[in-house]
Write a protein that binds this ligand. Sequence first.
Ligand code: BES
Ligand code: MN
Ligand code: MN
Length: 488
Amino acid sequence: MPSTKLAESCTSAQRKPFAKWIQDNQDKLIARLAEAVEIPSVSGDASYRPEVHRMGKWLQDELVKLGAEIRSVPMGPQTLDGQTVELPPVLVGSLGKDPKKKTILLYGHYDVQPALLSDGWKYEPFKFTEDKETGRLYGRGSTDDKGPIMGWLNVIEAHQKTDTELPVNLKFCFEGMEESGSEGLEELVVKEAQGEFADVDAVCISDNYWLGTTTPCLTYGLRGLAYFSVSVSGPGADLHSGVFGNVVHEPMTDLFLLFSKLVTPKGEILIPGINEMVAPLTEEERKLYEVIDVTVADFESAIGGKVTISEDKAEVLMGRMRYPSLSIHGIEGAFSAQGAKTVIPASVKGKFSIRLVPDQDPDRVNELVQKYLKEEFEKLGTKSTLKVEMLSGGKPWVASIDHWNFRAAKKATETVWGKTPDYTREGGSIPITLTFAEALKKNVMLLPMGRGDDGAHSTNEKIDTSNYILGSCTLGEYLHEAAAAAEE
Ligand code: BES
Ligand code: MN
Ligand code: MN
């Protein structure tokens, strides 16, 4: 949708002054997103760490300019890529302390996934590019999760510029390590449950996406994650395969055989005990997936190929939302360059992860994985050595949608988009979500800004101008509906 047509597409109900201001000031708000995207705050790469800190400082300054009180909480040192680096700060703070108003806690992450032009991007990933023809705003972090964070800033500014009082008190929790395991955040949230977050009435996280490209959604569940590294080593150094092939046990061969025992091409996890922990599906629940407004073709277009395991929409949705999955990600130490190097790698480290659903617990899953891989390795009859480690773990989360927080978001979505949102569980993970729910004992709701085809974590990540602008209106409208919602 070309950006200039945007205001006309809006329903009259959303012509609140703040929403109108957002629509009338698109260019300024797009420039704000551009500034954020152009700070390459990649949390997973030590060489980018200063940029993550720069992004944290930039965001803190923006919030302070808008009148928020923000503490930049230092998170201590971390060892990354063999270096000791300082963890990026968590921004904790508030705007408004009116005891008569509800208090909503906003969470977002200002770090992003890595991206290189050579991965296949059309434009430099850390150079913000607006395609005026399509209205798409390209750049790493545009949808995950800088667009949504800018959305909150846009809402606050729009209220100030139109002399509109914010309808709720806001609390903030913006972190810079979400893409890399949220180190230390759980302890911080547990501590602040008695401090900064003590008066919070509900939590809103905007760090998710519509399922497809046309129907908004509200998300009430996320999968958890258990991430493993599997090291296999033997020789003291890389060897010539002509000299030592068929002389030594090869770690890479052992690793391949071991990894072939993890999952079938149809996605069935082969580790005993894992599937048994999944809560059984009821007929009732299956219906929830059948009414979701998405087609297998929508998935194929987001995937860029006709490669779904099932042709059945509900099965595809459940594969993503309510069943676990096991993905093999890569191998450290393997020969991966071009050409035909005749090497026997001396030691390799394979990485795989399992997305978890209720009632799977990362620690229990770790025990099962350790036991199974050791047994299977024994069966190989190799003299190589094996080490299995769970690098990070996060529990799954499911919320009740029968709460004013969800009803407020539903109304807001209907007002801005003229459509009833789908209720979705998501396949991805935001490990801190369950901690918010448990430590604060408050309802948590995920309100998305971007679309299913935005390409989060992928090449050519984008957000559509309409989603950025109307998504900002939705966030603002939600705050008004939350303020109006009857206390329960
Ligand atoms: N925004 C995503 C989470 C998400 C993914 C929500 C898909 C909805 C749909 C988040 O930034 C993310 O990428 N999380 C990581 C967490 C991991 C590093 C622990 C993920 O899911 O891989
Ligand atoms: Mn995210
Ligand atoms: Mn992400």
